[in-house]
Design a protein around this ligand. Structure first.
Ligand code: PGA
Length: 253
């Protein structure tokens, strides 16, 4: 089955530790892993170059994602990392709008939208995170909120560009908490977003992907990942443990 599994290492590991974890993952992966499964690692910026060198030298079938990117392309923006810099590192994917960035760094729908445009211009696949907080969840209209988040993130894009995007449904209350929505709930949310995108002719059955993130573990991955509408997972905590991460990958049938 065609699935994309992304390891979000967040603010963990220096570059030496990241290399170690990456090598452990690489050696532990069964060569027989279905070629249709894309395994992606998202370390901190400081580790991207080291890991990219290993992938390139050993011609590995593993992919790199950045955890974020600047909304600016170049210039006087101290501390930022641009899409051009990521492109040079042959980064394939970039997480955008993660709830931790929205929450702790005041990331807005507008800046997320700028990042998405910049990434698509450089042919780096944006992994756009959207999800509701527990307060929003209690509101009957939370699906409208999710649709609005998605709509704002892709504002102004050409229709044929949206198929290149991965949308990651990440309920904020499920991230790092051990709680997950029911499978039916995940399916309903993704179906609703799909319907919305289709109504705007923004959906391509072949290419547009929906993944789930929020407390994915070997205990729930089988159910989630073998559901057709779910095209993969964004894994945080469990991705720092190679054995757990491999079990998640192996649960794909
Ligand atoms: P978690 O994180 O798997 O630790 O819940 C997921 C994420 O933040 O992407």
């Amino acid at each position: 089955m065609n699935k994309t599994i992304i390891a979000n290492w967040k603010l963990n590991l220096d570059h030496l530790e990241a290399i170690q974890l990456f090598q452990k993952l690489n050696y532990s992966l069964d060569n027989d892993i279905d070629k249709k499964i894309k395994i992606v690692v998202a370390p901190s910026f400081t580790s991207l170059r080291s890991i990219q060198t290993i992938i390139e030298a050993d011609k590995l079938k593993l992919y790199l994602a950045s955890q974020d990117v600047s909304e600016f392309v170049e210039g006087a923006y101290t501390g930022e990392v641009s899409v051009t810099q990521l492109e040079k590192l042959k980064i394939s994917f970039c997480i955008v709008g993660h709830s931790e960035r929205r929450q702790h760094f005041n990331e807005t729908d507008e800046s997320i939208n700028l990042k998405v445009h910049n990434l698509i211009n450089k042919k780096i696949v944006p992994v756009i995170c959207f999800g509701e907080s527990i307060e929003q969840r209690k509101n009957e209209n939370y699906l409208d909120f999710l649709i609005e988040q998605v709509e704002k993130s892709i504002k102004g894009l050409r229709k044929d560009k949206v198929d290149e995007i991965i949308f990651a449904y990440e309920p904020v209350w499920a991230i790092g908490t051990g709680e997950t929505p029911s499978l039916q709930n995940i399916v309903d949310v993704i179906s609703n977003i799909k319907e919305f995108l289709s109504s705007k002719s923004f959906f391509d059955e072949e290419n547009t992907k929906f993944i789930y993130g929020g407390s994915v573990t070997p205990d729930n991955s089988k159910e989630i990942l073998n559901t057709q509408i779910v095209n993969g997972a964004l894994v945080g905590g469990a991705s720092l443990d190679v054995d757990k991460f491999i079990k998640i990958i192996e649960s794909i049938e």
